[in-house]
Ligand binder design. Structure first.
Ligand code: ZN
Length: 339
């Protein structure tokens, strides 16, 4: 696969809110106290000018992978059709979204017609407004419309500032929602958007059949530990099995990490299965809380210690999975059933 030149040399850093905040939110789910960048060099001084690398996947489909330290959040994608463009996820900052728009303009002058949000997490939706302003319609699973405002504040912890609250409140919500999926057309090019369970309860997978590309959102992290804060891991495994077997030759664009293959998806499923098994064994031994995490962590490290952000998410993954197996895990509920 050829790696294109980065899309843009003149970044406008900052955006609608401080990049310091954005850099931290790359790990949606990380308590802010852990990464108090106020004590360190301002993130805006560290962030690279080019916020992501555009990777051509053939047939006018591209993945946009955030550059390290850019604070741009999750991966995005570009699908160019006969009469317009669709964008999959919009990064974590307006600055990155603007660079994506500039990158699209270098490929085509066709209008950006559709944006699909794979799920509500801030690091995938914060640039929605940039594309809405450019004329795009934002699509997502029904729950995203509520959760984009009701659930994203939790990532800032108890010490959330008024500015952070306002930023979440101002996120552009999807304008068209669906329960199970939608077919979108860019002239003769069809895009299949399908809902799969596992990461949040409102996750869409975006498939481009004629290019054999699958954008998975955060249902798949490529050789990285995932954020499981909202996850239901049993259906997540079924989703990963289904995606890998139905799209064996496809390029899989994960929510985080490099573009992968069906085999990488299956390896990631193996991580979730191992995690559940190890946590299950520790529970049978009567362990819970920190004792359970201490028992599982070395076993997990032995096999997956080389995976990205292991140290950041391993203990959280263990505790989240223990809570899930205990039946005590709190995950977002659809607005109609929320208490
Ligand atoms: Zn996510």
């Amino acid at each position: 696969m050829q790696i294109a030149k980065p899309p843009c040399g003149n970044a406008r850093l900052g955006g609608a809110w401080p990049l310091t905040l954005a850099a931290v939110l790359f790990f949606a789910g990380a308590p802010f106290a852990q990464k108090d960048s106020a004590q360190q060099t301002p993130a805006s001084a560290r962030a690279p000018a080019v916020l992501f690398t555009l990777k051509p996947l053939g047939h006018n489909v591209f993945a946009a992978i955030p550059n390290p330290g850019s604070g741009s959040g999750g991966n995005s994608g570009i699908i160019i059709g006969d009469d317009g463009v669709a964008v999959v996820d919009t990064f974590q900052t307006a600055a990155a979204a603007r660079q994506l728009l500039e990158a699209i303009r270098k490929q085509t002058q066709l209008p950006v017609k559709f944006v699909i949000n794979t799920h509500y997490h801030l690091d995938h939706v914060a640039g929605n407004g940039v594309f809405a302003e450019a004329g795009a319609v934002i699509f997502a699973q029904t729950n995203v419309r509520d959760w984009i405002h009701s659930e994203n504040s939790k990532f800032f912890g108890a010490a959330i500032t008024p500015e952070q609250k306002a930023m979440v409140a101002e996120l552009m919500a999807p304008e068209v929602v669906y329960d199970r999926g939608v077919d979108l057309y860019l002239g003769s090019r069809r895009i299949d958007v399908r809902v799969f369970p596992g990461h949040t309860g409102g996750d869409s997978v975006v498939m481009v059949p004629d290019a054999e590309v699958v954008f998975t959102g955060d249902l798949f992290w490529n050789h990285m530990l995932p954020n499981l804060i909202d996850a239901s891991t049993e259906p997540m495994m079924a989703t990963l099995t289904a995606l890998a077997s139905a799209n064996a030759p496809a390029a899989f664009v994960p929510g985080h990490g490099e573009v992968g293959t069906a085999r990488d998806v299956t390896e990631f499923r193996g991580y979730i299965a191992n995690l559940r098994e190890l946590v299950g064994q520790a529970r049978v031994q009567g362990k819970s809380g920190d004792a359970l995490a201490d028992a599982v962590l070395p076993q997990l490290r032995e096999k997956y210690g080389q995976w990205g952000i292991f140290d950041h998410f391993a203990k959280r993954n263990i505790l989240d999975t223990a809570a899930e197996l205990d039946g005590t895990k709190k995950i977002p509920k659809p607005a109609a059933t929320a208490q």
